[in-house]
Design a binder for this molecule. Structure first.
Ligand code: DGJ
Length: 533
């Protein structure tokens, strides 16, 4: 509790200074941990990223007018948008900050925060975003070599020159952010994009082979708790996993150094994102992007790249069991859960609530802009209101109270769930009260069959012994007392939050409460006081 007070004090000190016109600089955003839970502090208080990522080639001045209307429509509070190394450093050592500046300016005009994505050495396992002058020097920016000696379309993590070039550009970028963003419009930076390699589990070039034959770093052996003797090489220490672990270590070391150098310039929270392997039936590393922060090598990444604040899953697996398993695998005591990319089509939006239920600091869907591109089936098939509406519904509910949701989650007082096939009825334990959620039921309808497709979402936070914050869609929420006595709704108020204070607009009673609290398709927030009789 002590730490929370300190954060709130920090936040309120800033608010007082800002009001008096004394403060020029907001505190730098920061990821903090307390009692095993995480919060992203923005302006000194927990912040929940309700995000949208634009398409890959949308971060150009000519396209931005097609990006912002989607962000507005969604009620997203954060835009995730790339910064292209090829654009940022068109000539060695000459930096073009014009687009970054424009994006920051336009975000401020809309009161939207930014997560900037450093598309540099790795973008989806390839190096297509390195500048032209770098592409012209393959000896300094080599691709990896496959097992049979073939060239693979993926950058080598073993080139000191490539590391130096990426790191220098990233430092220039972070230095610039520090200079221009005292307002902290940019709240986090993604270092590279889905790093690793498709097409070969590791680099088999002569330089890589030499390193592969050397002893595994002692710190890694220690951290992984292997029985391998000090001095063991990769094959001795890790057997069948040696190729993948070596590649993960090499990629993570490279990115960890880029992140660490950038943080020295300006210590914003930083993360790397993963192209996932199947969380239930993964198969060999040759079947997924090897070397990135997949669930099996998170421990390696943590040791190799301590400057990264978190490792994040890009979730494009919409089956319930797989999606929930990924959330579980990335919400670790040593890793804050953040979903920086997920699918846009129907079927995905409800998982925002499942992520919140696991303490996520944010959730963002991919490909949400009105440019004419579509990443179907991963993104929405067409950018229409129909495609965006289910995500907008999440943000219409959550955005007005995102500070409260982030704080309550950090304090361990919030639980949230999504409807899952075969789980139309779910019970949440709040000690002396249990919250019972019945998806697909509403009003006098007590059906427990669920919605025709699973679209229900519910969020409940305990504010006091008998007081709750309740929100949801497409289901009914009720409470039972563990005393065995019957539940009574003492008071149910619908309203919204203004500057952190709940402002009621009406009292629910009669049909609205007699059969439980029903939620249909409207974004509604309730404050509920319970008693027993
Ligand atoms: C995951 C990548 O990280 C994104 O940049 C984009 O390529 C999406 N996949 C959609 O294809």
């Amino acid at each position: 509790m002590k730490k929370i007070c300190r954060f709130l004090v920090l936040g309120s000190t800033f608010a007082v200074l800002a009001a008096s016109g004394l403060a020029k600089e907001a505190p730098i955003p920061q990821l903090v941990k307390q009692d095993g839970r995480f919060a992203l502090l923005v302006d000194g208080a927990p912040f929940l990223i309700l995000g949208a990522q634009c398409h890959n080639s949308s971060a150009w001045p000519v396209l931005l007018p097609k990006v912002w209307p989607a962000i507005d429509y969604l009620h997203a509070n954060t835009l995730e948008i790339p910064v292209y190394w090829e654009q940022f450093e068109p000539e060695p050592g000459k930096y073009d900050t014009s687009i970054v500046d424009l994006i920051i300016k336009q975000a401020r005009e809309r009161k939207v925060r930014l997560v900037l994505l450093w598309f540099a050495t790795w973008k989806n396992g390839s190096s297509h975003y390195i500048p032209l002058w770098a592409k012209a020097q393959p000896e300094k920016f080599p691709l990896i070599t496959g097992k049979d000696g073939e060239s693979v379309d993926s950058p080598s993590p073993h080139s000191a020159a490539a590391l130096e070039a990426d790191l220098s550009a990233f430092c220039a970028f972070m230095r610039h952010l520090k200079q221009v963003d005292a307002e902290r419009t940019v709240i986090m930076v993604q270092v590279e994009n889905e790093p690793g390699s498709w097409g070969s589990v590791r680099d088999f070039s002569p330089a890589a082979e030499k390193l592969f034959g050397e002893p595994v770093p002692g710190e890694l052996l220690k951290a992984l708790g292997t029985n391998a003797p000090v001095g063991a090489n990769w094959t001795t220490a890790f057997g069948a996993d040696a190729d993948e672990y070596f590649h993960a270590w090499s990629v993570a070391r490279f990115i960890g150094q880029v992140a660490a150098a950038g943080k020295k310039e300006y210590p914003l929270p930083m993360y790397a994102n993963a192209a996932l392997r199947d969380p239930l039936t993964p198969g060999p590393a040759s079947t997924y992007e090897s070397g990135g922060p997949t669930d099996n090598v998170l421990g390696i990444w943590k040791v190799a790249a301590p400057a990264l604040d978190l490792l994040a899953p890009d979730i494009y697996q919409h089956e319930s069991a797989r999606y929930l398993k990924v959330l579980e695998l990335y919400a670790r005591p040593d890793n804050a859960l953040f979903v920086p990319e997920t699918g846009g089509p129907a079927g995905y939006p409800r998982f925002c609530f499942a992520a919140l239920g696991r303490g996520a600091i944010g959730w963002a869907a991919f490909g949400l802009d009105y440019t004419s591109y579509s990443t179907e089936p991963q993104g929405a098939p067409r950018m229409t209101g129909e495609a965006l509406a289910p995500i907008a519904l999440n943000y219409k509910i959550l955005e007005p109270m995102m500070r409260e949701v982030a704080r309550l989650n950090f304090e361990g007082r919030l639980q949230a769930v999504s409807e899952e096939p075969g789980q139309a009825r779910q019970t949440l334990d709040f000690g002396s009260w249990k919250a019972v959620i019945t998806f697909g039921a509403g009003g006098r309808n007590n059906s427990t069959g669920g919605n025709a497709t699973p679209i229900g979402r519910a969020l409940i936070a305990q504010l006091g012994e008998n007081e709750f914050l309740v929100a949801g869609v497409y289901g009914k929420i009720d409470f039972t007392s563990i005393t065995g006595r019957k539940r009574s709704f003492r008071r149910v108020e619908e309203g919204g939050y203004e500057n952190g204070v709940f402002q009621p607009v009406r009292i629910w009673n009669g049909d609205e409460t007699d059969w439980g609290l029903s939620f249909f398709s409207a974004p509604q927030i309730l404050r509920v006081v319970l008693s027993t009789y």
